[in-house]
Ligand binder design. Structure first.
Ligand code: NDP
Length: 242
């Protein structure tokens, strides 16, 4: 098995849910975790709860300059990047006929452009290092469309799976790419909808949710495989979920 200890791992969306849980789990295995999101005070608290080395870099993944700063700061602090976990995300559920164009744009910016900015900055570093691992957090909603209401969110998560698969086939064979597709996980994600009807149905749907450490363990499993093993995709959902 490949050691997680000592790996420099950037996690976007680390201030809550899956990202925070993953940071704690990887840190308990002695990884150096770089915590990125917009809510700096939550990141600072999380850094204190981590056991090993950490770095907090307040980041809005919709701003390319922020993502550049995240990557440059990590590199200048630790001299390498081993894993980029593109985890930041927004789920703003609503039926298409409500025309919530602003929310569609936000989801496209956070869920698609955010990971692309990360890939743009980190890929040249992975190529120079001749090693590295992209982990992109898609969704079961990236495998099937939840409707009504989930169309645009699913569109972003299908897109991220497509980007992951294209990335995997394009890059040097010593660079790994993993897509993780979680089912319903207990986090703040369920509160992303501004449409009261959709919000209520999502909150009801999330009664079957499982804790975010289930995803943290799946991420760790992908990282700790031998360097010549690339876990391409993990789909993971509660036993209760259809
Ligand atoms: P949370 O809402 O708890 O976490 C979302 C994270 O994304 C937060 O840390 C938030 O931090 C960050 N974020 C949002 N917008 C931005 C931004 N513009 N720039 C930087 N960070 C941002 O949800 P989860 O932990 O559940 O979600 C994590 C990922 O998992 C998402 O991609 C989600 O789509 C995916 N997923 C989740 C599932 C679930 O059921 N929970 C199921 C399938 C996939 P901040 O606000 O501080 O910036």
């Amino acid at each position: 098995m490949e050691a997680i200890a000592g790996k420099v791992i950037i996690i976007t969306g680390a201030s809550s849910g899956i990202g925070a849980s993953t940071a704690l789990y990887l840190s308990s295995k002695k990884a150096i975790v770089v915590l990125a999101a917009r809510r700096e005070e939550l990141l600072e608290k999380l850094a204190q709860a981590c056991v090993g080395k950490t770095l907090v870099v307040p980041t809005d993944v919709t701003k390319y300059s922020d993502v550049k700063n995240l990557v440059n700061t990590t590199l200048s602090q630790f001299g390498k990047i081993d894993v980029l976990i593109n985890n930041a995300g927004l789920m703003a559920i609503s039926p298409l006929n409500l025309s919530k164009v602003d929310e569609w744009e936000k989801m496209i910016d956070i869920n698609i452009k955010g990971p692309l900015y990360g890939i743009a900055e980190v890929l040249p570093i992975f190529e120079r290092q001749k090693s590295g691992h992209f982990i992109n957090i898609s969704s079961v909603a990236g495998v099937k469309v939840f409707s009504p209401g989930g169309t645009v969110y699913s569109g972003t998560k299908f897109a991220l799976r497509a980007i992951s698969e294209g990335l995997r086939s394009e890059v040097d064979k010593n660079i790994r790419t993993t897509t993780i597709c979680p089912g319903v996980i207990d986090s703040e994600l369920k509160f992303g909808s501004s449409d009261p009807t959709s919000l209520q149905s999502i909150i009801d749907f999330y009664k079957q949710a499982i804790p975010p450490d289930s995803i943290a363990r799946a991420i760790a499993y992908a990282i700790e495989q031998p360097a010549d093993v690339d876990i391409n995709e993990i789909i993971l959902r509660p036993t209760q979920q259809e």
